[in-house]
Write a new protein. Sequence first.
Lengths: 330, 433
Amino acid sequence: MENAMKTPPAQTWDDNVVLSVEHLTMRFGGLVAVNDLSFNVGRGDITALIGPNGAGKTTVFNCVTGFYKPTEGRIVMRHGKGLQADRIEALTRTGRQFDDDGDDRVFLLERMPDFEISKRAKVARTFQNIRLFGGMTALENLLVAQHNPLMIASAMTIGGIFNLPGYRKARAEAIDFAAYWLEKTGLIDRADDPAADLPYGDQRRLEIARAMCTRPHLLCLDEPAAGLNPRESNELNELLQYIRKDHDTSILLIEHDMGVVMQISDHVVVLDYGEKISDGNPELVKNDPKVISAYLGVDEDEVAAVEESIDMPVIHGKTKPADNGEGGQS
Amino acid sequence: MAAGLVGVLGFFFLALRTDIGTGGLDLTYRWGLWFISIAIAFGGRLLLNLFVFNRAKPIASGIKISLPAGAISAGSRVLGPFLLLVALTLPFIVMAVYPDRDRQFIDLAILIMTYVMLGWGLNIVVGLAGLLDLGYVAFYAVGAYSFALLAQYFDIGFWMALPLAGLLAATWGIILGFPVLRLRGDYLAIVTLAFGEIIRVVLLNWYDFTGGPDGISGIPKPSFFGLDFTRTGGFAEFFGIDYDSIHRFIYLYYIILLLALITNFVTLRLRKLPIGRAWEALREDEIACRSLGINTTNTKLTAFSIGAMFGGFAGSFFATRQGFISPESFTFLESAIILAIVVLGGLGSQIGVVIASVVMIGGIEILRNLGFLKEIFGPDFEPTQYRMLIFGLAMVLIMVWKPRGIISSRNPSAVYKERKKIGSDMVAQGEGH
């Protein structure tokens, strides 16, 4: 297993970061849903965000994808390699939303409206309760996801009304791209069926295909395996592995199914009560006493005792570099 | 026993549902009629329950019971060209068949076409983008008044004023769009309703500019490439035919037909373009749209402004046809009729709008001349007094028979292999329904 190679000191997700969440705090009135959370998502990794119910996972997602404006904190999306810490600091001070000089674009997601995050920063997401366009066909769903390039190709509709060749070409390409993803998700036979007509597992896959049609750099999946049977779960694993390998897309997922998490993720972040309690590779997280106590419920005294006895320094050692690398300067 | 129980329970659910639907529409006529239609819906549902639900079926399956949708959707492929052909030759058919009443019939055809165009314009906002607009008549008024005022103050002719009127109406659509964008559901409907009333009240009270309740008269008639339809020196003389006042009506008919066809063409094209698909996606799920990088604000604004633009075109046609406009022509009743046309026709369906306009506008007119009813009910019976009642009843029946409109299936905007109709039960209705 490749995870085994990622032993604590050399963590790829701290060196080659696609998304970094820094000191994220989200309050709803008096309720602190997420408290001073920092973690990194490595490029090309599958990162899992886990935690008991109500731990604040979906809130983190909504902050990353712009559906919530975080109360505090910084969320940085990088298209280029490297940390680019100086550039991000400079950008943070300017009040601009993003810096797209050259290929190495950096985005401050907490400043951007939700649709811009998908359009420019290339972060796509799916929803916990599937949100497909039920009355539209599977193909149409995927074409809606390619709205922005098609709008440009249709010269903001004017070229499209007169059916200019440039638009016709773009349209054919868009349909091909949609067909490619329908093929990959095994839905090609149902391309012309309304999305609401598909079985549940197909709808889940269609939602992923739709998100992929926005050509994202980071794909955020909110409980993709929820409600799937074991066979569908396995297919999902394969699909995610394929996306990660062949499409230069990093994946951040929320999942309750520990089988899926442990099998496919390279990096696991555990939340409880809005705070990070563990961060590392699956093996390490699985054996973390804090995680075990959060999931199974252990007395506080016992936790303290266990923490002292077992490898706590490793865990702190893991979280600290991330803070120093990014958040320490902000 | 169980059947009776389901009947009673389902009866109240369904009866209430039907009442609200028809209440909203019938509100425009009379409160008395509303109560009558409640009674009719009540009775109708009772009959339905007796004959349809008596097998203790779930309520949902009861709603789906209707004539096979395939029959109508298969017919609509032929129906479109057929209706187009009829529309193109209508004045001549009328002149041949009813030479003595041709003017009346062509006038009615013009009226129906105006509503078809308004219905198609509103269909963009309500049917495609799923934004319930109860104040569509405001744009109709803006179009009519912009032409009337441009003609009055700047002496601009119909063809020059037409694009300007459309542009002004579209601008108003954007102005209305901004506050409306923040709203969802019922609130959206109320704000659009209020906007329609604001426009009307402003027109009514700004006496110095708009003439207030006196309206504006003497609005110029459209010319045919510079030729007027006058007794001397106009169209008839130029082409060497005898002058007949019917020429002007035929010409007006073709103008509105052309405008309506442009509306239809643009709408059909837009549906297949990314913007139209985004409208429909917006109707289905706004949050998902935003997660896919669609600027929902701009998308809603374009829907509002394009819908408004066609309303403006129809408005300036209305002004030139009437030659006189006053705020009275732009009451909430008009909005309600246009909305009823869209809803009855089937949200998003172009053919449905045509059928619904013919049925609604034509139906009201036909009910004026129901002489034979006098023979049934005696000489004291005045059918015109009951036409709204009959009309309301017809609407209730249509809504019971087809709750999602006459043409309720959706045609996909892009096809991979095989075109399949999408049943209305899958398609979302959008905001405010």
